[in-house]
Write a protein that binds this ligand. Structure first.
Ligand code: CU
Length: 649
C-alpha cells in the first residue's frame, strides 16, 4: 500500500528500472559485441541504478552502429565506466543480498555493514572482477583472483564508502520501512546506495584503468557469431592508438602485438577475434601511488562505515524497529533505544480494520447480558480510522470501534464481568480508574497481571462499590496506546437516588490530544516531536463537536473526564459560574461545594459541575489553553479543538 509520497516515486522508479533493465538485457544479447561477464555487469547495474544504468550503457558501451564498438568505447572515461560497472555489479549484488539476509535475521546494523562489505568484496572479487579479467586476459582463475585483489579492494572500499552511509542514514531515519526487505523503500535505499557507491568508485576506477591496473570495456567478436564482422574488413577497424601512453605501453608489450592489436589496459577496445585472445596486462603505476590510493580508500571506507554511528543507533536491527515511521522532530540519538522509537511510531495505516465517518459517534452505551445476576460486557480493541473533523481522520486504537470507547453505564452494587479481547498489534490491559476492586482486576501490566497479547483475552470481574464519574483505559504502555484512543467513560449511578445531584441535562466530556501529520497518526505526548496538533471532545474537534441544547432556567451537569495524557486543560464555561459538585467520582458535601468558572482537568481527573442556563444564546464550553481551541493551528467558525456550544433557547 502506498502511504507516503516517496512510495509513488518508487513505483515510477522501479517501473523505469524494470524497463531499462529489459532493454539493456535484450540489446546486450542482440546487438552488443562484448564478453558475457560485461553484458551481465550492465544488466545488473541497470537493475540497481535504473535509468541511470541505462544512460551509462547507451553513452559509454552500446555499439552505436555495427562495427563501431571498438572505437566507441575507447575514451578513457568510458573505460572508467566499464571498470566501475563490473566492480559495482559484483560488489552491489553481494551487498544487497547480504543486506536482505541480515535484515531478515535481525542482526544489528553495524554487523550488517560488516557482513555486507565482506559479501560485496567476495562477489566482486571472485565473480565479476576475476571472471572479467580471465575472459580478457586468459590464464587461470586463481591467477586472476590474485591480480584483481588490490584493484578490487580499492574499488570496493570506495563503493562501500558511498553505499554504507546512505544505508545507515536512510534505513535508520524517520521512515524505517527502509529496513524491511518486504518494503519498496528498502529497495529504493539500495538503489540510491548503489548510485552513491558508483559515483564514489568512479574516479579511482578511471585512474586504475589509465594506469593499467584494471580493464575497462572491451569488444568480443567470436568467429561465426553475429558480431563477427572482421571477415572482409581490414585490420584498421581494430582501432589505431592515439595516446602517448599507448605508445609507451606498446613498446613494452611488443611481444604480444600479434595477439592483441589493441591493448586492453585502459584506452581501447580489445578485438579478441578468436574469443580467446589474451595478453599480459602491465601497469605503470608505482607502489607508492597504489599504496596512497589504497589508504585513501580505507579512510573513505572508515568514514562511510563509522561516521553514521555518531547520529544513528547502529545497534538496532530490522526486528527492533523495521517498518515503523517516526514523527518529525523526535530526538533520535545514537543511543535512543528501540522501545522508545516504537513507543512514538505512527499507527501503521495498513493495520486499520474499519473506517468511521462523522455519522458514527463514540461513547455509545455498551450493551450487556445478565448471567446468574452478573452484568456481562464484551470489550474488544482494534485499529480503526476515525473522523474528527470533515476530511480529517486519525488512525486510532479503539474500544468497540469508537472514540471514545463505549460508555459502561452501571449501578452501584452491580456485579460486572468484562471480557476484554485484544485486536491490537501490541499488548493491552484495562484499568478501572478510581474503583475499589480486587487487586488482580486492577489492570497494571506485569504488576497485577500478564499483558493481554495481540489476539489474547482477559476477563475482569468486580462489584461496583462506588458511584459517580469514572473511566477506563489501558495500563500497558498507556503512553502510547491511551494516546492513540483507548479510553472510555464508566458512569455508575448511585444505589440511592438521593446521592445523585439532580439536573435537567447530563453531558460527559472526554478530552483527548492527537498528533496527526502527513496522513499519519502518532501518539501525542509532551516531548520533542510528540506535541499534539489536534484536540477532541468526545472524539470530535470543534466545529464537529456536538451542540448541547437546553432552555433558560434548566440545569446542565457536565462531567469532565481527563481521559487525555499530556495536558492539564483549564475547562471554562461562558455565561456565568458553575457549581463544582463532585471531584474524581466523589460527591462533594453540599456545604463544601463551590462556584467557579474554570476547572483544571488534569489527566485522570474528573469534575462534575452544574451550570445553569441563565440567558438565551450560544454559550461556550472550552479549554483555556488557546492552542487547544485550534485545529492544527487553524480556527474555523470561531475556534476548533476543545470547544462545545451550549445553545440555550
Ligand atoms: Cu487544553
Amino acid at each position: 500500500m502506498l502511504i507516503q509520497p516517496i512510495d509513488y516515486f518508487l513505483v515510477v522508479w522501479f517501473a523505469l528500472a524494470a524497463m531499462s533493465t529489459a532493454y539493456v538485457a535484450i540489446d546486450q544479447y542482440r546487438n552488443n559485441p562484448e564478453p558475457v561477464v560485461m553484458k551481465w555487469g550492465f544488466i545488473l547495474v541497470t537493475l540497481y541504478m535504473g535509468p541511470i544504468g541505462l544512460l551509462l550503457y547507451v553513452l559509454a558501451d552500446k555499439e552505436p552502429r555495427p562495427g563501431e564498438h571498438e572505437a566507441f568505447i575507447r575514451p578513457l572515461w568510458k573505460q572508467g565506466v566499464g571498470s566501475t560497472i563490473h566492480c559495482v555489479a559484483g560488489d552491489a549484488s553481494g551487498i544487497i543480498l547480504a543486506a536482505a539476509i541480515t535484515a531478515m535475521l535481525g542482526l544489528p546494523m553495524w554487523i550488517d555493514l560488516i557482513v555486507e562489505y565482506l559479501a560485496g568484496f567476495a562477489f566482486g572479487l571472485f565473480i565479476f572482477q576475476s571472471l572479467f579479467m580471465k575472459s580478457m586476459m586468459g590464464g587461470t582463475y586463481r591467477e586472476n583472483v590474485r591480480k584483481s585483489f588490490v584493484p578490487e579492494l580499492i574499488s570496493m572500499n570506495f563503493m562501500m564508502a558511498g553505499m554504507a552511509p546512505v544505508m545507515s542514514f536512510l534505513m535508520m531515519g524517520r521512515d524505517m520501512r527502509a529496513m524491511e526487505p518486504t518494503e519498496l523503500l528498502f529497495w529504493g535505499v539500495m538503489s540510491l546506495g548503489v548510485i552513491a557507491g558508483y559515483a564514489l568508485a568512479f574516479p579511482s576506477n578511471v585512474w586504475m584503468v589509465a594506469r593499467g591496473l584494471k580493464h575497462g570495456l572491451m569488444t568480443e567478436r567470436k568467429p561465426g557469431s553475429r558480431f563477427d564482422i572482421e571477415s572482409g574488413r581490414s585490420k584498421q577497424t581494430t582501432a589505431p592508438h592515439t595516446s602517448h601512453s599507448d605508445d609507451r605501453q606498446h613498446g613494452r608489450d611488443a611481444k604480444s602485438k600479434q595477439v592483441a592489436e589493441y591493448r586492453g589496459d585502459g584506452h581501447g577496445g580489445h578485438p579478441m577475434k578468436d574469443g580467446h585472445g589474451s595478453h599480459p596486462m602491465k601497469t605503470d603505476a608505482t607502489r607508492p601511488q597504489i599504496a596512497a590510493l589504497g589508504s585513501v580508500s580505507v579512510i573513505a571506507l572508515s568514514i562511510g562505515m563509522i561516521a553514521p554511528a555518531n547520529w544513528v543507533n547502529m545497534a538496532l536491527s530490522a526486528w527492533d524497529v523495521g517498518g515503523i515511521i517516526m514523527p518529525r522532530g523526535m530526538i533520535m540519538d545514537r543511543d535512543t533505544p528501540a522501545d522508545a522509537m516504537r513507543d512514538m511510531a505512527a499507527v501503521d495505516p495498513r493495520l486499520v480494520s474499519a473506517s468511521y465517518g462523522l455519522d458514527s459517534r463514540g461513547d455509545r452505551e455498551l450493551s450487556y447480558r445478565v448471567e446468574n445476576g452478573v452484568k456481562v460486557f464484551d470489550l474488544s480493541t482494534s485499529v480503526i480510522r476515525w473522523t474528527i473533523l470533515p476530511g480529517v481522520t486519525v488512525d486510532a486504537y479503539a474500544y468497540e470501534g469508537q472514540i471514545p470507547g463505549p460508555r459502561i453505564h452501571i449501578r452501584q452494587g452491580d456485579r460486572v464481568r468484562i471480557k476484554v479481547h485484544n485486536g491490537l498489534p501490541e499488548d493491552t490491559t484495562v484499568h478501572w480508574h478510581g474503583l475499589i476492586l480486587p487487586n488482580e482486576m486492577d489492570g497494571p501490566t506485569e504488576i497485577t497481571q500478564k499483558p493481554i497479547g495481540p489476539g489474547g483475552s482477559y476477563t475482569y470481574e468486580f462489584t461496583a462499590e462506588q458511584h459517580g464519574t469514572y473511566f477506563y483505559h489501558p495500563h500497558a504502555k498507556p503512553d502510547r496506546t491511551q494516546a492513540l484512543g483507548l479510553y472510555g467513560a464508566l458512569i455508575i449511578d448511585p444505589a440511592v437516588a438521593g446521592d445523585e445531584v439532580p439536573t435537567d441535562h447530563d453531558y460527559v466530556i472526554q478530552l483527548q490530544e492527537w498528533l496527526l501529520r502527513e496522513g499519519l497518526t502518532y501518539p501525542a505526548m509532551p516531548m520533542d516531536g510528540g506535541q499534539p496538533n489536534y484536540f477532541t471532545i468526545n472524539g470530535r474537534s470543534y466545529p464537529a463537536t456536538e451542540t448541547v441544547r437546553m432552555k433558560v432556567g434548566e440545569t446542565l451537569k457536565v462531567r469532565f473526564i481527563g481521559t487525555n495524557n499530556g495536558f492539564i486543560h483549564p475547562m471554562h464555561i461562558h455565561g456565568g459560574p458553575f457549581e463544582v459538585v463532585a471531584r474524581d467520582g466523589e460527591t462533594i458535601p453540599a456545604s463544601a461545594r463551590f462556584l467557579s468558572d474554570t476547572v483544571n482537568v488534569g489527566p485522570g481527573q474528573r469534575y462534575d459541575v452544574i451550570w445553569t442556563a441563565r440567558r438565551p444564546g450560544k454559550w461556550l464550553i472550552h479549554c483555556h489553553i488557546a492552542h487547544h481551541t485550534a485545529n492544527n493551528n487553524v480556527e474555523v467558525n470561531g475556534g476548533g479543538g476543545l470547544m462545545v456550544v451550549i445553545d440555550v433557547s
